[in-house]
Design a protein around this ligand. Sequence first.
Ligand SMILES: Cc1cc2nc3c(=O)[nH]c(=O)nc-3n(C[C@H](O)[C@H](O)[C@H](O)COP(=O)(O)O)c2cc1C
Length: 395
Amino acid sequence: MLRFLTAGESHGPALTVVVDGLPAGVPVSREAIDADLRRRQGGYGRGGRMQIETDSAEITAGVRHGLTLGSPVSLLVRNRDHENWRDVMSPEPQPDAARERRRLRYPRPGHADLAGALKYGTDDLRNVLERASARETTARVAAGALARSLLRETGIEVRSHVLRIGTVALPATVSASWDELSRVETSAVRCIDPATGDAMTAEIDRVKKDGDSVGGVVEVVARGVPPGLGSFAQWDRRLDGRIAQALMSIHAVKAVALGAGFAGGETRGSAFHDEILWSAGAGIERPTNRAGGLEGGVSNGQEIRAAAVVKPIPTLLMALRSVDLQTRQPQSASVERSDTCVVPAAGVVAEAMLALVLADALLEKTGGDSLSELKAHLEATRSGQRALAGPLDQR
Ligand SMILES: Cc1cc2nc3c(=O)[nH]c(=O)nc-3n(C[C@H](O)[C@H](O)[C@H](O)COP(=O)(O)O)c2cc1C
């Protein structure tokens, strides 16, 4: 229902995203999109590139006077750094010197360099890394801001926080409350606990001093999600699978867990499943949420909670062993200007991806060419659900 495609190279003129399927009447503000872009650029451990860029989205289609038209929405984010790369990244043919100046021949272990070179048959790794770079997530976050705007109109909100950076982690027993999640915006590492946050920044400092990189774990949470999004009727309609795919598609994400996730492999059923209770005031209640708001691939009305493991980024000042693709001689891997830790930023990207999946699943459930039609359909669904299970109010 809701589709999006991104285009753009890391040092090209701009990133573009086209979002198709938004109903008419959804409020869109450039400020709200830019606020999310700024959050993606932040986080302790980012490198020099983020100081050059001040990302801002130009709305080039699909919005009139602050509201979507129902037509595809197109957003453009210019790369300021392109000024320094004009000839190297020019779409027009250039003298060989321009290509040679920034040619990369030593693939970085863990990046797309080698696999991409083999895939496209090129010995200039620049042709690979320019698109493989996570600069692309800027376009995803811009698209996610549109999805978020639609969700907000129906009472659905998405937040994220950092659970772990390297060896420093929140205790596994801590489940961040919605209020705690709102406070991470003032934390340099987007951590709900200031003392753990300080330990995380110290961990990043240590790693940076060694010329190394460090990964971690983020959790993304959505509340207000109505029961009944997704379906168990077909494998590719399961919402759990769609969320996992969306999060796994983020650069450097290597594992995704829904709810209690991997703990399910070491827990008895009686201690794992969320019991179903009834009270006269609240109707159906669930005392726990180890399922992360998803049962049978369908949202069950509880908060949706998903965690993603972010690996340490591959560009290292203490470069790993690699090979010169031209001479076949041993070489240290290429070093591009790089971040040390991208875990907080990955959380913001995860919010965008979750928002896009939820907006898609919501539109699938409700249909509607306009926001008012969508809201009317959703209210009809909700009133049927209330008749069956009570208020179903998760706040
Ligand atoms: C927000 C964000 C920023 C990133 N910045 C860098 C970076 O500066 N240097 C780097 O080597 N990798 C960075 N990465 C990770 C790489 O893009 C990623 O490891 C690479 O594309 C290979 O994909 P894979 O790790 O999913 O296999 C970043 C990832 C994210 C989510």
